[in-house]
Design a binder for this molecule. Structure first.
Ligand SMILES: O=c1[nH]c(=O)c2ncn([C@@H]3O[C@H](COP(=O)(O)OP(=O)(O)OP(=O)(O)O)[C@@H](O)[C@H]3O)c2[nH]1
Length: 171
């Protein structure tokens, strides 16, 4: 089967590749630069989830793609602070899109304040950590967990939730 992941982000591609290899399929993975059609920095569960679904559904407009995956990062406000969140979606023609959310952690207040003021997490994390291209490598989750859970691993978990819900990979 031809499977698309709606991003050129290395952490997202690695997560998709790893989980698809793990389920033992002879599938081909195609990274596609898919628009999320939500804001650059999604600011709620709803918006982040919609971004993941929009990316997956965009990939299905490529006729040769059988299964499309969208992965999206964002943040959400809670009574206890601003949390980093992530969602994934798996779309197929004539089937209901499958959705899953990933692990979430509270962001330090100095980061939260900058996001509330309109900055995007990617550049803020580069500035904070002095590392380059954080969003495609360890991610904010990797930095704040001291490498215990990096962004690819967090997306791998979402991938497992998606492919697990679909189920019938060997039929
Ligand atoms: O350093 C980061 N570590 C993270 O853990 C993280 N999660 C989200 N973001 C940022 O939030 C926005 C939407 O995220 P996002 O997933 O839609 O886009 P992305 O730029 O990471 O990938 P893509 O658009 O190439 O697929 C973008 O500004 C991302 O930079 C992160 N940045």
């Amino acid at each position: 089967m031809k499977i698309a992941v709606g991003s050129k982000n290395a952490a997202k591609i690695k997560a998709a590749e790893t989980v698809l290899w793990d389920i033992g399929n002879q599938n081909e993975l195609f990274p596609i630069d898919a628009p999320s059609n939500v804001s650059g920095m999604p600011f709620s569960d709803e918006e982040t989830m919609t971004g993941a679904m929009n990316r997956a559904e965009f990939c299905l407009t490529h006729e040769d793609i059988d299964i499309a995956i969208g992965l999206e990062g964002g943040v959400t406000e809670t009574q206890h602070g601003l949390f980093l969140i992530n969602y994934g979606a798996l779309a197929e023609r004539d089937k209901e899109t499958i959705v899953a959310g990933g692990a979430r952690i509270k962001l330090p207040e100095e980061i939260a304040e900058r996001l509330r003021a309109g900055e995007e997490l990617g550049p803020v994390m580069e500035d904070y950590s002095k590392n380059k291209n954080v969003r495609s490598n360890e991610g904010a989750i990797g930095i704040f967990t001291h490498g215990m859970v990096n962004r690819d691993e967090m997306f791998m978990h979402i991938m497992k939730l998606l492919v697990g819900q679909r189920g019938d990979w060997h039929k």
